[in-house]
Ligand binder design. Structure first.
Ligand code: FBP
Length: 562
């Protein structure tokens, strides 16, 4: 149920936060009729150019767009109908994207209308939507969550679904569709843009970069929205655990943090809190570390701290770690193909043991042995259904518990050999869903509002197949630059559900990038000493240096760029 600022269900913070007016970049301040879309050079996809071009003959190679000062009154003359959909996992600021979009549209022409498809992309297929009026929007401004129109992970991919989506939009005279999503949802936006064009429609499709994971970024997209708020929330919680650890001095805490693939969240939280050990999935992959080597690395630090009488510490584990361990990566890839190829047979099997035995019988010997060796719970979690985009649901795999279980065996062996005399009491945590619907930080409130407003300008300019791009984010919000980046420019070919598909390339942690390099410089010191930092809760009121603080990731990554 929606709450209003006058409603008694409204918290005092929400009441005050509703009044916050996000800062718009100067370029957008006068409204969409006062910007000109300047075309850059033709673009190429990041890899597999020929294959991507073949799949997107109508939308491949489009130029980048930058908004510059100018007048374009024509775009405000005719009233338009725009629809928005929230797709994939929640991320703080989604409501402000809608608010920015609504305000941008209304500024261009008060008769423009905005509709929200309900429950994610399935709402497009079912033509299930509601009008977002300024009155309805009021109580959702600067709030977390996606509850205004909810979200979902339906993928619009079959010919039938694509045709249904087009028919529903045409029937309802929609001029533009704005898809707010991560890499998979924006890949889907690119597919829709191409399909609409191929079928002679001039409905434009615009994407907005959302995901707390922070892995939808490149030179033109500096960060996805939600990463700032989510990492601040996790860092508050991890910081509190560090303080508890330092006070009680009796537990090792293993904290798994969200981030389906990339370890950006974990790395950012490490910068904010200085835990004793941080695993980075991308480093594990680069060094081809086996599970055994990871356990040896962890045990090395635990034993060294025990020698100093420190039987406590904090370990950060990225949710996606499991997929970066080479042998697990091969196992998961093989399981992905097997689950897709034998979907019907597996669905008819009654219990997990039967499924496991069937799968093991189909795996190559080495992977079958690995599957057999895993704790039963982990093996079962690895066999769970993939999401509609073919991804393994890592949020359901308790990697932190796998590590603790293996460490117990390792430390017991070391004890027997007289090499370890410590005590290993553990507590495991998973911080994921807690961070996805938080009240957006001032950065995310401003960024999302600008992304939405900018999406309105792109839609009114008839741009199709573009991702809303707001850049220069280390500067003050007023100085941010706005424009659009072609969705095909970010694509490459990847194997999904047993087939090669064009998808937006995920931005993983780069080991030669500043965020990792800065961490690598300090981690040995953090391992043996108690360098913990306690960032505390997000501040919405107070000095700008606190309320407008940006992430270490953004600061380090942009430091050497103009
Ligand atoms: P998006 O990429 O859609 O933004 O979702 C990211 C995420 O929050 C991951 O961090 C997590 O693994 C996943 O969603 C969980 O998915 P679900 O909400 O379907 O359980």
């Amino acid at each position: 149920m929606a709450t209003t600022s006058k409603n008694q269900n409204c918290s005092l913070l929400q009441t005050h936060r509703c009044k916050y007016q996000p800062v718009l970049p100067d370029i957008l301040k006068k409204g969409p009729c006062f910007v000109k879309a300047k075309n850059g050079k033709a673009t190429q996809s990041v890899a597999d150019q020929a294959a991507v071009k073949k799949m997107f003959p109508n939308t491949y190679g489009m130029p980048e767009i930058t908004f510059t000062k100018g007048t374009n009154p024509a775009i405000g003359k005719k009233a338009v109908k725009v629809a928005v959909v929230l797709s994939g996992g929640q991320a703080p600021g989604g409501h402000n994207v809608i608010a920015g979009l609504l305000d941008g549209l209304k500024k261009a022409n008060a008769k423009n209308k905005l509709y929200g498809f309900l429950g994610g992309p399935s709402g497009i297929l079912q033509a299930d939507w509601k009008e977002i009026t300024p009155k309805l929007m009021e109580s959702y401004r600067n709030t977390g969550g996606f509850d205004l129109i909810q979200s979902g992970r339906t993928k619009i991919e079959t010919e039938e679904q694509l045709a249904q989506a087009l028919e529903n939009l045409k029937k309802n005279k929609v001029n533009a569709l704005v898809i707010v999503g991560g890499d998979d949802s924006n890949t889907n936006a690119g597919v829709l843009a191409e399909y609409f064009k191929q079928h002679g429609s001039d409905i434009s499709v615009i994407g907005v970069p959302k995901t707390i994971d922070g892995d939808l970024k490149n030179d033109k997209i500096e960060t996805s929205f939600g990463f700032d708020t989510a990492t601040k929330i996790y860092a508050e919680m991890v910081g509190n655990i560090c303080r508890d650890v330092n006070s009680a001095r009796k537990y090792w805490h293993f904290v798994r943090l969200m981030g389906r693939s990339a370890s950006h969240i974990t790395l950012e939280v490490a910068h904010k809190t200085h835990p004793n050990i941080t695993l980075v999935g991308e480093e594990v992959l680069a060094k081809k570390m086996t599970l055994k080597q990871i356990i040896d690395y962890l045990a090395g630090i635990i034993v060294a701290r025990a020698k100093q009488g420190k039987n406590f510490g904090v370990v950060l584990v990225p949710e996606g770690l499991i997929e970066f361990i080479p042998e697990m990566k091969s196992l998961i890839a093989a399981l992905n193909d097997l689950l897709a190829d034998h979907e019907a047979e597996l669905a008819n099997m009654s219990g997990i043991d039967e499924k496991k035995a069937f799968i093991i019988s189909k795996l190559p010997a080495k992977l079958a042995a690995l599957m057999q060796s895993l704790p039963a719970g982990i093996a079962a979690q690895l066999m769970l259904d993939r999401d509609p985009h073919g991804n393994v649901q890592v949020s359901l795999i308790e990697t932190e518990k796998l590590l603790v279980e293996m460490l117990r065996t390792k430390l017991a062996d070391l004890k027997k050999a007289g090499k370890y005399k410590g005590k290993f009491s553990t507590i495991t945590h998973f911080f994921g869903y807690e961070g996805r619907c938080g009240v957006p930080s001032s950065f995310d409130a401003n960024y999302t509002y600008a992304l939405g407003y900018n999406a309105a300008a792109l839609a009114l300019n008839g741009c199709n197949g573009y991702l809303s791009s707001v850049r220069n984010l280390t500067r003050k919000a007023a100085q941010w630059q706005c424009g659009g980046v072609p969705l095909t420019m970010m694509m490459n070919m990847e194997r999904r559900k047993g087939k090669d598909k064009p998808v937006i390339r995920k931005a993983l942690v780069e080991l030669n990038g500043e965020p990792f390099k800065q961490f690598a410089k300090k981690r040995e010191q953090w391992a043996m000493n108690e360098c913990y930092q306690f960032p505390g809760p997000i501040q919405y009121f107070g000095p700008a240096e606190v309320t407008d603080m940006i992430t270490y990731t953004l600061r380090f990554e942009r430091a050497n760029k103009k």
